[in-house]
Ligand binder design. Structure first.
Ligand SMILES: Nc1ncnc2c1ncn2[C@@H]1O[C@H](COP(=O)(O)OP(=O)(O)OP(=O)(O)O)[C@@H](O)[C@H]1O
Length: 389
């Protein structure tokens, strides 16, 4: 078992407060202001940092490889809330044309945004909620290479580090002196839980008498500063990447969950608040890629199942539905308390900008689209099929 034993320095100061941004008028995907009467009800009600669920999109910059291949950037962040994908298509007579798809989200970040910018508008508004007994969840969804890990779990600047800085600063306040932070890190691979801080020990999630899900035997370490947290993370991350054949392959095939729990100093069994940072498996793994290898097919079907279950749970939360289908997958089962009671969730859909990934980018945006905002017939059909599935 990992023994941190680090004498860390005092927690760093909290990140600077979010800059005041004037409430922008709602614009259509082309930047034209929309009259409030034209705005669908759901869209009108959202866009606030205090929403229980927020769905944001982050576009990464073109990579050097993509530039060298002379690929074009087909993804345009039209304004703070909308993104347009110019999909290259070919007609049956071989004429080329562009099909435009436009989507509206709670927030869209372009390639110039750094992790601090993303943090201020996604995870930071959730930090305080865990000090009032809340459960906060922030997860990144997207195809492989679109920037999920870079956003969520980058070693120095991932959202988990930025949030931890603020958590440790708040913990220094007298009113929170009874609380202490504990960190755990595990992954879900093919429906099984593995403890990344304890030699990939297999774990089991169980519901107690109060229908609270607990993961029996999950290793947890008390942390009081960012350096110690990063050291623990690094240890767990190595376990993750060496667990399978190659680092990137591995990260694409599993969901990694890093949790920071606030517990009472005198009663460490009592969870007072929890923040979960989730780096989901690459979404393209869940798609039917026509692979014949049994192992890969099983991985794909398990990932597909868990991503669909996650979408279902978010939809249920969005609609204040009485029934939330947690049990449909291990992922939603272990995240059960993130979808009920005093909980807040932020999903960051990450997209690649280049033409070669247009299909995956569209799939990601369709998955994340709560407002059924793209009006093109294909998007509407796909979303309708999904709603009916
Ligand atoms: N916003 C960004 N700015 C600069 N570089 C980025 C950004 N997002 C991603 N990258 C770079 O793109 C590459 C792929 O990103 P990353 O590993 O985060 O993808 P991923 O979605 O987690 O992929 P996988 O599913 O395979 O784990 C990395 O080299 C990363 O540094």
């Amino acid at each position: 078992m990992f023994k941190p034993g680090i004498n860390g320095s005092a927690p760093e100061l909290a990140t600077s407060p979010p800059p005041k941004r004037a409430a922008a008028p709602l614009l259509d995907p082309y930047g034209v202001p929309i009259a409030s009467s034209q705005v669908p009800k759901q869209v009108r009600a959202s866009g606030s940092l205090s929403d229980r669920i927020r769905v944001c999109v982050r576009k990464r910059p073109m990579s050097q490889k993509e530039v060298r291949r002379k690929e074009t950037d087909i993804t345009n962040v039209a304004n703070r809330r909308s993104i347009v994908v110019n999909e290259p298509k070919v007609k049956v007579d071989l004429t080329r044309y562009i099909e435009q798809h436009s989507f509206v989200f709670d927030e869209v970040f372009d390639e110039a945004a750094n992790n601090e910018d993303v943090y201020r508008r996604t995870a930071q508004p959730l930090v305080e909620s865990i000090f009032t007994g809340g459960k906060a969840t922030c997860f990144a969804y997207g195809q492989t290479g679109s920037g999920k890990t870079y956003t969520m779990l980058a070693e120095q600047t991932g959202l988990y580090v930025l949030a931890a800085k603020d958590i440790f600063t708040l913990l220094e306040l007298p009113q929170y002196s009874h609380l202490f932070a504990w960190v755990s890190f595990y992954e879900i691979y093919q429906g099984q839980l593995y403890d990344l801080l304890n030699h990939r020990k297999k774990l089991f999630a169980r519901e107690d008498g109060k229908q609270q899900v607990c993961i029996a035997g999950l290793a947890e370490f008390d942390v009081d500063n960012v350096e110690k947290l990063m050291q623990i993370f690094e240890y767990g991350n190595q376990a993750r990447s060496t667990g399978q054949t190659g680092a990137n392959e591995d990260s694409s095939r599993s969901h990694a969950i890093l949790q920071i729990c606030l517990k009472h100093r005198r009663n460490p069994k009592k969870v007072e608040g929890k923040f979960s940072f989730i780096d989901l498996a690459g979404s393209e793994r869940g798609a039917d890629r026509g692979e014949t290898d049994r192992q890969t097919r099983m991985e794909g079907s398990e990932i597909n199942k868990s991503l669909l279950a996650l979408k279902e749970c978010i939809r249920a939360l969005d609609q204040d539905s009485k029934h939330t289908p947690f049990r449909q997958s291990k992922l939603t089962q272990v995240l059960k308390d993130s979808f009920i009671g005093n909980s807040r969730t932020c999903m960051i859909a990450t997209v690649s900008p280049n033409s070669g990934n247009s299909e995956h980018t569209l799939n990601t945006l369709r998955y994340a689209d709560r407002y059924v905002s793209c009006r093109c017939s294909i998007c509407k059909l796909i979303l309708k099929n999904f709603e009916n599935s």
